[in-house]
Design a protein around this ligand. Structure first.
Ligand SMILES: Cc1cc2nc3c(=O)[nH]c(=O)nc-3n(C[C@H](O)[C@H](O)[C@H](O)COP(=O)(O)OP(=O)(O)OC[C@H]3O[C@@H](n4cnc5c(N)ncnc54)[C@H](O)[C@@H]3O)c2cc1C
Length: 378
């Protein structure tokens, strides 16, 4: 068993680290304050070859795996989880193609992504988040088309996206087996963007409501067969959860790095606070949880790249890394004392950015339910 990443992996990780510190870190606070995604970061990421990592080389991408996505995401998220989360949605859209796209759909979607378009991934509705089977958006077959009617909420990147992967019911009586997935362009008649939602954290990543009012979608834009939607969403989770866990890992590492630097600098009772055992133990506890998260995240990614089942491992990684990010951000504020509460220092943003990691891409409660279900099944 080898716990080291390869020299190629180290190269891509180091490139991402340099990019994050040069292109993302200086913008992070302003983008958060103004709730604005910096589009130039997307353009520069494409220039250095760190966007579209899993898009096959035949389609203009890097042809890499989820482990590379995870290594890059960890570094970018160190600089800003909001900006990185937004960039990650395009990887999730690519994951849909890897899970169920036909050759023609792959050509279309990968081509859009490598040309610089943005995709969005629309499952959640006002009355259905964790309970995916309860979605109400309808897709009714009319000859060679479907008519989509319904409402989605919390759709990340919707204000930026030229196209959406939309999950809708083709058979409302069939529960989770009645869901199908569709590719829908943003400018189809009947598509309507709702308001951009105000957020506690990850404010650089725009999310909004999306309404479908009789949107006509050709049958060729259905991804998979009718009724495959739920299965596609679950397959996508196996690839996307390691990535979201890597977002958490990068954020947690930043919290530790900031806390260590401050604790070496700040003096009380005649010595740096890192020499007070109470503070030193906090830092040690953060470091252990981060290293354990890293092993879980890399394992979940490496398993899916090796073609092995990783549903359980992806849930371990998402659960533990998200909780670690929240723990480390909270403790970093404590290490900073009053200054941790100030917007002049970066740790209050880490705290706000961390919370949603326990909510989206499956809440922490849902990850525990998946783990329990797998324990029962095995
Ligand atoms: C910033 C942000 C960005 C998002 N981006 C996207 C996106 O791009 N696309 C998209 O489709 N969605 C997106 N979401 C939606 C997100 O995936 C959902 O918010 C999440 O799945 C939880 O669903 P919910 O909000 O409806 O909460 P609910 O499902 O109503 O859950 C409420 C609470 O009950 C708990 N709970 C629910 N069911 C169970 C159960 N069976 N067992 C135990 N506990 C349970 C939950 O864990 C939670 O604590 C985003 C959300 C946010 C906040």
């Amino acid at each position: 068993m080898d716990f080291q990443i390869s020299s190629e992996h180290r190269m891509i990780r180091d490139l991402a680290q340099q990019f994050a510190r040069r292109e993302i870190q200086p913008l992070a606070a302003k983008c958060d304050r103004e709730a604005k995604f910096p589009l130039e970061v997307h353009a520069k990421l494409r220039e250095v070859g760190l966007a579209h990592l899993t898009v096959p080389t035949a389609h203009g991408g890097a042809g890499l795996g989820v482990l590379e996505v995870v290594l890059v995401t960890e570094q970018l998220a160190w600089a800003c989880a909001g900006i990185t989360g937004s960039l990650g949605i395009n990887a999730i859209v690519a994951d849909v193609m890897h899970s169920a796209g036909t050759e023609a759909q792959k050509r279309d979607v990968f081509g859009r992504l490598t040309a610089g378009q943005w995709g969005a991934y629309a499952v959640t509705e006002p009355s259905a988040g964790s309970d995916v089977a309860a979605i109400r958006t309808r897709a009714d077959r009319r000859g060679d088309s479907y008519l989509l009617n319904g409402a989605k909420v919390w759709i990340s990147n919707a204000p930026l996206a030229q196209f959406f992967i939309v999950f809708a019911k083709t058979d409302p009586s069939a529960g989770h087996r009645g869901i199908s997935a569709f590719l829908v362009e943003h400018d189809r008649p009947g598509m309507q963007l709702g308001k951009v939602l105000g957020k506690l954290g990850q404010r650089a990543a725009p999310a909004s409501e999306v309404f479908f009012n009789g949107v006509e979608v050709p049958v060729a834009h259905r991804i998979g067969e009718e009724g495959d939607g739920f299965m596609i969403a679950m397959k996508v989770f196996d690839r996307s959860r390691p990535m979201v866990a890597a977002l958490a890992l990068g954020l947690a590492q930043r919290a530790l790095d900031e806390a260590v630097a401050y604790a070496k600098e700040r003096q009380t009772m005649g010595k740096p606070i890192i020499e007070h055992q109470a503070i030193g133990h906090k830092l040690a506890d953060m470091a252990v949880r981060i290293e354990a998260s890293r092993l879980l995240v890399y394992q979940a990614a490496a398993r899916i790249d090796a073609g092995l089942d990783n549903t359980m491992e992806a849930a371990y990684a998402k659960l533990f890394a998200a909780d670690t990010a929240m723990h480390c951000a909270t403790e970093a504020i404590q290490v900073f004392g009053g200054m941790g509460y100030s917007t002049e220092y970066p740790v209050e943003k880490l705290f706000r950015d961390a919370k949603v990691l326990q909510i989206y891409e499956g809440t922490s409660e849902i990850q525990k339910s998946i783990i329990a279900r797998e324990l029962a099944r095995r």
